[in-house]
Design a protein. Sequence first.
Length: 391
Amino acid sequence: MRSFRVVLCVLSAVGCVSYVGGSAETGCDSEFNGRCRCGVVRIGEQNLYVTNCTDSGFKDMSMLKQLPIETEILIFTGNDVSVIPPNVFGDERKYDRLVKIDFSRNNITDIQGQAFHRVPKVGTLVLNDNRWRVDAEHTRIFANMPALEELHLDRGLDGGSEEQQEEGEVIGRLVQLFRDGSVRHLTKVHLRGNRLGPFFKMDVFCAIPSLAEIDLSDNGIVQVLWVESCLRSLHTLDLGHNSIEFLSNSTMDNLDAIGDVSVDLTDNNFDCDCHMTPFYLWLHSTDVHVVNKEGYTCKDGFPESNAGHTVLSLPADRLQCQIPAVLYGSYFGFVHVALLLVVVLIASTLLIVALAHSHELVDTCRHFGRPVYRRMQYSSIRKETERELEI
């Protein structure tokens, strides 16, 4: 991959590359209208045949049906092509040497079914900086790319409206794209800067057990949800430059289960209050390699003085929670109401018991009341007798 990046950088600088072979001017067939460069390029220790159509002003991809059969790397970037049509490379030639395709910066919004036929050896596909809206009815876009291992979609998707992001529409389409079985051999997926929305479900990738590297940075993610136990081949997870306040328990459990994995949470909105405690303890104890965790800074927290401190520099008892102010005024009123309800409940229970055993209560009262009555009666007779004697 590093060598491919070198190719992109080198080929973007006109005149800095020595092409070997092809015509005296461009090395490409006439269908390319002299706008591209075709030929062998020295990259490191290798000589690779590169077809480079960078910023060539093309409005369609029809010329790619005449792509030189020797091509190993195709760079078709910076054009204005909204649609990748079916059989973009034609249906006659088979490009067995083509291993890398870069379709970045072309304003692509639609990739039609059967677009990538006759390219069985392509292992890297770059679709960065486009506006591709994944069609729910055509999710087997990569079905004819059995060697595909790296898919780069940085800022390459149409994120839709804020409402669609909140409803997870883009993520839903990705689920369909990844679960159709045609990309099970992917090892790298880069989705940087696609406005994927506040809640991202890692379960999207569970159908790709071979995934080793996932880039979800700069997507406005607030919480990562990871319920299923999967992605045991994962080696690198980039969650940097999002709005994450802390990781969920299930996400931390899955990372711990993998063990030999690196996760990057650089530049997130860590909220250092009591809700962060499990994540705080995990940062202190996990064997997972958390990139630059000593530099993670509290963007907010309670008490407010936590803000600005690095997460790991705070003692655990500084992660506190505040009762919302609206509850302070009603706290004692709430207690009084609760006590009143308890008293009413006890009184009601006693009344129900009394009614249920009314006959027994009457008999008991009579039993204890008779001696009292007799004493009162005897006392009354004695007083009348004493009065008579006095007379």
